[in-house]
Design a protein around this ligand. Structure first.
Ligand code: WTA
Length: 631
């Protein structure tokens, strides 16, 4: 379905509310099904259970690849831009991509992977990553992609949680000027992963790696010895397609599960309508495939729609802060989808990095992952879009699978820092702390969704109760997003940020409890509390208040060692920006840490700490304020 005018939007929205099943069935018709569904939707948000397109059979890769390889075999599917601009980009057509996916699918099969098995993918942004993801989908294996910035410990936790049998990785990775070991990190992880039987290693950096006989195999030699054809496994709409781990308010990341049918329908529908994709447009999503944005809008959404998708191996500041603009210029990118943190960082380098870059191919700009502040919005609009490219500020989550609230490019009137309106098919509600619905406009509340959409999270891997309690128990009968939200006088939505203990650091989701657990496991640490504070570039920074067994000198190694421990346990992305050693934390008489006070201190609001009289030891607050000022 294609929405082309604001009237279309309103009409589609109305239809989607009045008769959601007919609305979604019409969209689902556009895909290739092996067997049609018998019922559009079964659902309950009370005893959480959602099933879309019941008994429908399909394979998402036939929709991503075969359809297009038949109609336009030589049309580019993926453009790969290497880390080093001196290296050659690679253009992969639909036919070639299908061939590579089928070969690798046969390799997986040869190594005993069958439908329903879990495969862990830990790779840099190279074409083999997309090939590995799609090869899993081809044979019905469930992929669990782990972002390359996670540590060995994080990898083994995730592998063990979902009992992966095979890991796909590379020898090494390059990001900017840095060389990053990949296989070595996987080797460290696998010491604690008895479920893993095989590892496939793609050669990329030629870093020396250990290869264990009978367990480790080279990608390049494996693909030589298999057939080029691989029939697409028949999948039920509700068979899991992938697991993606994400942080919540507890110390343990959850495996968010998405299923084949609904995810396919929703990612393609949102891709085409939000970005107003036209055949032949070059689409560049800068997100890593290790995050949901890379899954939905670098791989699946664009390929489902037969688009040209750009994958960039490097970072926006290498070799200099003009790299993204070089890529736009070089590949004549029409649609650019990136995160506010990248925009703010590039903004800081100044306009000289835009000089001589031809950005005239750009038609649409997108933003995702965190609220975009007005200054960044205007810079993006004025200097990148030259005032002629609509900005789509897209709000969504790992759990929603695809974009939920966003302008439709060139159709919805935009407003800086507003995600604007829900997509047709998305039913929102704002509620107060008691769960009462807040009606009308010019209001603030907690953002809930009251009706299922096709790519809603189905479960958290291995623990359905956790899914129910995390998302459906705060406000019974509603999916609770964890975000605060404002609805202004025009009925436009503006996301104000998380209302739970989840931080958003450079667009990466990090649970404060996870960071605290990591810090607390450091020798000599008694207790810690982690909060976020506004950070000019990262959106949020991480401030850790730490109690140690022994008093620490200013120049003690303790802080640096704590950073190392966090890096080892979670990964460098979770390292605190500030570590403050304190002698106590503000606690209530029942022993609960008053995070509200710590947040205010981290934000520098020292004179506005609210009532501290109920604290066990009010004196501790003065000491913490003093320490924070000195940091
Ligand atoms: C935040 C990323 C404001 C939000 C796709 C959400 C946003 C969390 C926006 C999900 C936006 C995402 N404006 N905030 N346009 N997009 N967020 O799971 O707090 O990594 O709950 O998914 O990012 O992060 P996740």
């Amino acid at each position: 379905m294609r929405i082309r005018t604001i009237e279309d939007y309103h009409e589609a929205y109305k239809d989607s509310i009045e008769d959601p099943k007919t609305f979604w069935a019409a969209i689902a018709q556009e895909f290739r099904w092996k067997k049609p569904w018998t019922k559009v939707l079964d659902w309950s948000f009370d005893d959480y259970n959602v099933k879309w397109f019941r008994n429908g059979k399909l394979n998402i890769t036939e929709n991503c690849l075969d359809r297009h390889a038949e109609n336009k075999p030589n049309h580019p599917a993926l453009i790969w831009e290497p880390n080093d601009p001196e290296d050659e980009p690679e253009i992969i057509t639909y036919k070639v991509l299908l061939d590579r996916v089928c070969r690798f699918a046969n390799v997986l099969k040869k190594h005993g992977v069958t439908k329903g098995d879990r495969v862990c993918i830990y790779m840099p942004m190279i074409p083999e990553l997309a090939v590995a993801v799609l090869a899993c989908a081809r044979i019905g294996a469930i992929h669990s992609v782990i972002f390359g910035g996670f540590s060995a410990q994080s990898i083994s936790d995730r592998i063990n949680d979902s009992q992966c049998e095979l890991v796909v990785t590379t020898d090494g990775a390059v990001r900017g000027a840095k060389n990053i070991p990949m296989k070595e990190t996987v080797d460290d992880a696998l010491v604690a992963c008895p479920s893993v039987k095989k590892v496939i290693v793609a050669t990329h950096t030629r870093t020396p790696v250990s290869m264990i006989k009978g367990r480790d195999y080279w990608w390049e030699s494996e693909v030589k010895h298999v057939e080029a054809e691989c029939p697409a496994e028949e999948m039920d709409s509700e068979d899991p397609l992938f697991i993606l781990y994400t942080s919540g308010s507890t110390g343990k990341p959850k495996g968010v599960v998405h299923t084949c049918g609904g995810y396919m329908v929703f990612t393609s529908y949102t891709f085409e309508n939000v970005f107003q994709y036209h055949p032949g447009d070059v689409f560049f999503c800068t997100a890593d495939v290790g995050w949901i944005t890379g899954h939905s809008y670098l791989v699946y959404g664009p390929l489902l729609s037969g688009a040209i998708t750009v994958m960039f191996e490097g970072i926006p500041t290498y070799p200099d802060a003009g790299r993204l603009w070089d890529i736009v210029d070089r590949h004549k990118v029409n649609i650019l989808y990136t995160a506010p943190t990248a925009i703010r960082s590039l903004m800081g380098f100044g306009l000289e990095y835009l000089e001589g870059k031809d950005l005239s191919s750009l038609k649409v700009l997108g933003s995702v992952g965190e609220p975009i502040n007005e200054e960044a919005w205007h810079w993006y609009n004025d200097h990148i879009g030259k005032g002629k490219c609509p900005i789509v500020d897209t709000w969504w989550q790992t759990e929603t699978g695809g974009i939920m609230i966003s302008p439709l490019a060139g159709i919805t009137k935009t407003k800086p820092s507003y995600a604007t309106l829900p997509l047709p098919g998305v039913q929102l509600e704002l509620v107060d702390e008691n769960g009462s619905t807040i009606e009308g406009n010019g209001v603030n509340g907690n953002l809930c969704i009251t009706y299922p959409w096709p790519s809603i999270i189905r479960t958290t891997w291995g623990d359905h109760e956790r899914c129910k309690s995390t998302y459906f128990s705060t406000y019974p009968g509603k999916y609770f997003t964890g975000d605060g939200c404002m609805r202004d006088e025009d009925g436009y939505y503006r996301i104000t940020g998380r209302v739970d203990d989840v931080l958003n650091v450079s667009g990466h989701r990090i649970g404060t409890a996870e960071v605290e657990n990591a810090i607390n496991s450091h020798t000599g640490v008694v207790e810690s509390a982690v909060v976020g504070y506004p950070h000019d570039v990262k959106g949020q920074g991480v401030h850790a208040f730490v109690i140690c067994e022994e008093p620490q000198d200013e120049d003690s190694m303790m802080k640096r060692d704590i950073l190392m421990t966090v890096s080892r346990i979670i990964g460098p992305i979770a390292k605190p920006d500030k570590i403050q050693i304190v002698s106590g934390l503000p606690k209530t008489r029942s022993g609960k840490i008053m995070r509200r006070i710590l947040r205010k201190i981290a934000e520098g609001e020292y004179n506005n700490l609210g009532d501290t009289s109920t604290l066990l030891d009010p004196g501790v607050v003065d000491e913490i304020v003093k320490g924070a000022k000195e940091l």
